[in-house]
Design a protein around this ligand. Structure first.
Ligand code: ZN
Ligand code: ZN
Length: 356
């Protein structure tokens, strides 16, 4: 018993020592216990919302379900505070020497042709018809999150035309990055407008519900689609902002950008709606499985999703940049390379563009 307790305290000590901010996390988590017991209003009406100014591509879809101000459709299971603490006390020893290759490079900014370049984690810069689209911009180290890769170019040089944000978690929406993107247009989920306005008031914002097409005057189309995930940026806003995924449909290519997501039936449905060439799918943040499975896919899930989407190429993301889960840093890439044929898989080097 003593050994077990001592072992647990030792892990707790390492957990705290590892990052002093985690002390704040523990205090906040304990504070959240009484806060999270807000009584639910019995019998309150379920309603459906969307952006009435946008076109909905799925017939008979009346919008995203919302109840008591919270999105309730396709929510991955919310974890209790006790489960979060149990996970945080589990071993997270990283003994692999893995690090992602990175090329310091900004020459692609002068590129005329369509291209895609990985900037790390879920952030990609995709150029279509001379317009720059950046996904889930997080190019610094947000609170509690140590960055393991450098970025290939200066954030201020990126100057995107469009910012696509799949959901509000800090590793996908980073205020220190967004503040550089003056006058861009942000294409975001329902109810995210206020968060972006507070980060950078010069950004134009369009919100969409699932199966809605953003209204952009371009030779390409962008649609917002489902994901199995959830939202929280503060203790008080759980699932008050929607989450999802994107299709970028260019004259030559159809690109699917999954947000964070568990594996589920939405991939099959999206695969029926679009003829996808490239699927950018998350393959990391899956351990411990008991905690992460509902929110994040492992490489095998990603391969199933790729199959369901009927995509031609998989570009993996959400690994190797931030240490936010317990699997070894190199494991997601090692597994995905084992289970996929080389012609199906394109693991990008950070900073090295590929033409579309
Ligand atoms: Zn997330
Ligand atoms: Zn994430």
């Amino acid at each position: 018993m003593y050994t077990k307790l001592e072992n647990m305290m030792g892990r707790f000590g390492t957990f705290i020592y590892d990052n002093p901010f985690k002390v704040i996390l523990v205090v906040l988590a304990l504070l959240a216990v009484p806060i999270s017991y807000v009584p639910q209003i019995q019998g309150s009406e379920m309603s459906y919302i969307n952006n009435i100014n946008l076109h909905t591509i799925k017939k008979d879809y009346s919008g995203n379900k919302i109840q008591n101000g919270k999105f309730v459709e396709y929510v991955s299971q919310t974890k209790t505070i006790a489960e979060i603490l149990k996970w945080k006390l589990e071993s997270n020893i990283k003994d692999d020497e893995y690090s992602l290759d990175i090329i310091k490079n900004n020459k692609f900014l002068a590129q005329q042709d369509d291209f895609i370049v990985w900037l790390g984690h879920a952030t990609f810069l995709i150029q279509v018809n001379g317009k720059r689209i950046i996904t889930d911009p997080c190019l610094t180290s947000p609170i509690f999150t140590k960055r393991h890769t450098e970025i290939p170019l200066k954030i201020k040089d990126i100057l995107p035309d469009y910012i696509l944000i799949s959901h509000g978690h800090f590793d996908h929406l980073d205020s220190s990055t967004i503040k550089y993107f003056n006058n861009a247009t942000a294409l975001v989920p329902l109810k995210m407008k206020k968060i972006i306005e507070n980060m950078n008031s010069s950004i134009k914002i369009q919100e969409a519900g699932w199966y809605q097409q953003y209204s952009i005057d371009e030779e390409f189309n962008i649609y917002f689609l489902p994901a199995l995930h959830w939202h929280r940026r503060t203790l008080f806003d759980t699932n008050e902002v929607l989450w999802g995924s994107f299709i970028i449909e260019t004259p030559n290519k159809v690109i699917y950008f999954a947000g964070d997501t568990g594996y589920d039936t939405h991939f099959k449905e999206i695969g029926k709606l679009f003829d996808i060439d490239i699927a950018i799918l998350p393959i990391g943040t899956y351990a411990p499985r008991w905690f992460m499975k509902d929110n994040h896919m492992n490489p095998k899930d990603a391969y199933k999703a790729f199959f369901d989407l009927r995509a031609k190429i998989l570009i993996p993301k959400h690994f190797g940049t931030f240490d936010i889960s317990n699997e070894p840093m190199g494991e997601p890439e090692e597994i995905i390379r084992k289970i996929m044929k080389p012609e199906q898989l394109k693991v990008l080097t950070i900073g090295k563009e590929i033409l579309l």
